[in-house]
Design a protein. Structure first.
Length: 201
């Protein structure tokens, strides 16, 4: 209340003669809580049809008091740099996740994946003697799942053309008299498959 009266004392009034009645009326206000003070002051101003200029004024039926904002009771602590960094890092991760999900949407919405169309692919390589590392001719290389066989050339090489899913993993075997049978898996499209064969005792 004292602040309101102080504002009125320093505020220029259109009619100086009316300053005292305004202050007397306001001194009659007994409330101490700010909202109640303003409510009672508003009633006084409305009854007297007073308009005050300066820090206190009446507009649209409401009383407005302009003063410097009160200093906060305790200064707000500045956030440590680590917290700021964590907030930015979290935001970056959220954005990257959203972008990744958006990029992945077309694949998910395109419906079930249709199996790739079988195509003809090569499978070629060289058989070596395990002891000497030399190419081994006369080895029968078989693809049991495709019922195909090839015999290695003088340079130990063999070559197949297989129609199957792209880069399918298929089983192969290799046999030659005097050597232990060899069995493994190869990826279609590989043209540099090399493996050794061990002599049998």
């Amino acid at each position: 209340m004292a602040g309101l009266i102080q504002s009125l004392l320093s505020a220029p009034l259109a009619d100086v003669q009316r300053r005292e009645p305004v202050i007397r009326k306001l001194n009659d206000i007994t409330a101490t809580e700010e909202t109640a003070v303003l409510s009672q002051a508003k009633t006084v101003f409305a009854q007297q049809q007073w308009t005050v200029q300066g820090n206190v004024y009446q507009a649209c039926g409401d009383i407005h008091i302009h003063h410097e904002p009160a200093a906060p009771s305790a200064p707000e602590k500045a956030k440590p740099l680590v917290e700021k960094w964590q907030a930015w890092a979290g935001l970056a991760v959220a954005i990257l996740t959203a972008v990744t999900l958006l990029l992945d949407l077309p694949a998910k919405w395109s419906g079930p994946h249709t199996p790739s169309v079988p195509l003809e692919q090569p499978l070629a390589g060289t058989v070596l003697d395990e002891a000497t590392g030399e190419p081994l001719p006369g080895v029968v290389v078989s693809l049991p799942d495709f019922d195909m066989k090839r015999t290695t050339e003088m340079d130990g090489s063999f070559r197949f053309r297989v129609t199957s899913q792209r880069q399918a993993s298929i089983k192969f075997t290799a046999q030659r008299n005097g050597y232990k049978s060899y069995s493994n898996y190869a990826t279609l499209g590989n043209t540099d498959l090399r493996f050794p064969m061990e002599k049998s005792e």
